[in-house]
Design a protein around this ligand. Structure first.
Ligand code: ZN
Length: 262
């Protein structure tokens, strides 16, 4: 569960500010293309369950916290701007996955490439286990911004925290906004690695028991990371994971773009 679920105006303002900062970093992280994609985080307002989400039809550069709409779980929004057209996809994840604290949807290049091939990402790398299963599935195609897309995405997310959307992009959720951004970078990198491996041949896939072991290891790792993060907040330890610099990420993505067959 996301711990930041305050309902007072200061909490909403701080959460909206953090959401804008994350949205503005999407491009530098190789996850943003134009104004495509959207980002949300769960937060209650005046005692009502709901979430903040990036607004519809606008770039992120000049956003202010007042531009970030808040939606309740029925889809009614408050704020001066309408929500992203994909709000139903976000709402349905929050409604069905109580552990979801943030949702990221991106049109990142390698995720889109595989989504257009409608090719599930198989267990070619142990990091696939980070998303909960032995593969990252591709959801059946449905038009953007529709309840049908939200339904097909949820079906593809069964037992998983990430999926691809056919002929569209990636979708994932995590317990916090920072973790959703981290996992977005990781999923895009896995898509790039899979594209590269396919250029050379057929990747050797890990066996179900090997993936099961990897998933168990991730559970332990995540528990340790949470403990480490708590200690870091009190100044006694360094962060469990150091962030790749935006410049290095951009260069890596550029090099990968040169190599992808799609
Ligand atoms: Zn989209």
């Amino acid at each position: 569960m996301n711990s930041a679920r305050g309902s007072d105006p200061d909490s909403i303002f701080a959460a909206a500010t953090a959401l804008i900062a994350a949205a503005q970093s999407l491009r530098a992280l190789g996850l943003g293309v134009g104004a495509a994609g959207n980002l949300s985080r769960r937060i209650a307002r005046n005692g009502r369950a709901g979430f903040l989400i990036t607004p519809s039809g606008t770039g992120y550069a000049a956003l202010t916290p007042e531009d970030i709409p808040w939606l309740d779980m029925s889809g009614r929004h408050e704020g001066r701007r309408p929500p992203s057209s994909e709000w139903q996809m976000h709402r349905d994840i929050y409604a069905s996955r109580p552990e979801a604290g943030a949702v990221l949807h991106a049109h990142s290049p390698f995720a889109v490439s595989l989504a257009c091939l409608r090719r599930d990402i198989p267990p070619f790398h142990y990091m696939i286990a980070r998303f909960g299963g032995d593969s990252v599935r591709v959801a059946d195609y449905a038009l953007f911004g529709t309840p049908e897309l939200a339904r097909s995405a949820l079906a593809a997310l069964a037992g998983r925290s990430a999926c691809l959307l056919a002929n569209h992009g990636m979708l994932l959720y995590a317990d916090t906004l920072a973790e959703a951004m981290n996992q977005g970078e990781e999923l895009e990198a896995l898509c790039a690695h899979y594209c590269r491996a396919l250029q050379v041949g057929a990747p050797v896939l890990l066996a179900p028991e090997e993936m099961a072991t990897a998933r168990e290891r991730f559970k332990t790792y995540q528990r340790e990371a949470h403990v480490s993060t708590k200690k870091t907040r009190h100044g006694s330890m360094k962060p469990a994971r150091l962030k790749t610099t935006a410049a290095a990420k951009q260069e890596e993505t550029r090099q990968q773009a040169d190599a992808c067959p799609n």
